[in-house]
Design a protein around this ligand. Sequence first.
Ligand SMILES: O=C(O)c1cc(C(=O)O)c2c(n1)C(=O)C(=O)c1cc(C(=O)O)[nH]c1-2
Ligand SMILES: [Ca+2]
Length: 678
Amino acid sequence: QDKGTPEHIKAVTARVDGAFIRANAAKTNDWPSHGLDYAETRFSKLDQITTGNVRELGLAWSYNLESTRGVEATPLVVDGIMYVTASWSVVHAIDVRTGRKLWSYDPQVDKSKGFRGCCDVVNRGVALYQGKVFVGAYDGRLIALDAATGQPVWEKDTIVDKTKSYTITGAPRVFKGKVIIGNGGAEYGVRGYVTAYDAATGEQKWRWFTVPGDPSKPFEDASMAKAAKTWDPSGKYWEAGGGGTAWDTLAFDPELNLMYVGTGNGSPWARSKRSPKGGDNLYLASIVALNPDTGQYVWHYQQTPGDNWDYTSTQPMILADLKINGKPRKVILHAPKNGFFFVIDRTNGKFISAKNFVEVNWATGYDKKGRPIEVAAARQNEKPGDSIPGPFGAHNWHSMSFNPQTGLAYLPAQNIPLSLMDDKAWKFNENKPARPHAALGWNTAMFINAEPPKSKPMGRLVAWDPVAQKEAWGVEHVSPWNGGTLTTAGNLVFQGTADGRLVAYNAKNGEKLWETATGTGVVAAPTTYMVDGKQYVSVAVGWGGVYGLAARATERQGPGTVYTFVIGGNAPKPDFVQYRMDKLLQGVKYDPAKVPEGTLLYVSNCVFCHGVPGVDRGGNIPNLGYMNASMIENLDKFVFKGPAMERGMPDFSDKLSMEDVEKIKAFIQGTADAVRPK
Ligand SMILES: O=C(O)c1cc(C(=O)O)c2c(n1)C(=O)C(=O)c1cc(C(=O)O)[nH]c1-2
Ligand SMILES: [Ca+2]
């Protein structure tokens, strides 16, 4: 049979089901699900590429994803058929044998609604099951495609309330014939949940909410009634949704018949506003075990009780079997945003251990019962102070991997400095200058960087020993926001970096063995798989995600590209594109008296995408301090139904007046002038 024909694709993808995914885990010849296997280990048993020959790795082909925003997807591959997503949830099917496009599918997300997600218009990849490819579109639709042709088979809107800013950025998983997906939106005032759909028909099978709703209405299930006792109703938490969005990690243990959900931060961030009398606010920032057949709650472990810092627990979980104190234990390994590395018993949710893998200033450790020992000052946000880790997390969605041969987990750790302070006057959905992105629907109830943060940015590849709870080795990077990791039986760790390289390390000791330039920063994780007896390594590259909107660590820019490497590969690299940036803005006429008000408007409308003018240097969205003066002089033409709307810029017609635009112009030019070297 010819490979890459619709008949071949149909035959090989039809085989992918639960039994296939479990059988594949023994040899890992294919990469059929997001984290490689149900345990999400990202540990490949392939060992053709080793510490001995990795230096001979070369490019087999590159593929242009034709996207300019963040690319966060892990490519799936079965028998040389690759499925990967670009920004705006566009799916590409690629023939690994030739590097050519088989088909692509664009769900046609309305780009004027890009602002309804906090953190770039990203997508972390697809799921594959019985001849179908499943993608969560940014606007909340879950779409099943024919794996051979890319034609839609069914489509479901996963969103419970279309007036709220719900999105999907995560990769669906298929457990026992059901497609599972969660949503994003906890910066906007939403209530989190996960939903299961029949893979064949799209029929909804169950839905589990992560936080309680309005207590005057019946609770959906016993877990919600239990959770409601940990929320103060005087805060009317249900009006701002409560949060807890499960926007990324899911895992499955078929023996225990449990699936695991990592839940997100509180909405709003400030607990004093969400739940004024305190409380743990279940099930925020938790790992929750559900019955995959029914969606019924089984147990939970809350990592950050009463979250107050955007400490999501949505970071990738790994199921591992470890020997702890001489006893074999079935555990979950987890390094959420809050900076602690957790080992949890996955049979019952009992805490085993936690240790900080970076410097933190909100807790000194965890007690025996698994409660954090908080630093009191961390909740007293009367004055701006660095939250360490900050809302970008000590570790974000970037995939972790675990190698049972070395016993080490590999994760990109970081510090991205931000200061926080309570917003005492916050009201739900009230758009006021100085409230972070309030014009776009954000509801943090906190001011961000009202004073500049004092901590230092940091990015580090950490090899963590989860039994000893300590770092075995680490590699310092030049910037935070580095890519997810892959580890292999060839004793290797692969990681892409913010400064535009794909690097291979010795998994035991961190020695750098190989690297190649990728043209732009890498945030996604690599995969590896066999095709016709040869081991390949692929990575989808495209600088972005929340930190990549306004900052960068390379002088090169997009487009989103898939690179595939093989021993002896010698295909030419595509031309790298130089980052286009004008000189520091000069000559826009403005009234200096307008700068202070312009500053506050900039915070409530512009800052997370465009960064601080002349201070940040632009990411996948340009910095306004380095524009041509005529663009800033004509700023109104860009903010009111402007030409960038088709690239995802919001329309500010009902948010800003002409007078506001004048103030913002004053802030942009004033800031550029203030930072200009004398
Ligand atoms: O609370 C949420 O619902 C939510 C959603 C998302 C998302 O869907 O991408 C992110 C976050 N929070 C978040 O806190 C965060 O740091 C983040 C980074 C990214 C990214 O893709 O780079 N997404 C998200
Ligand atoms: Ca969040």
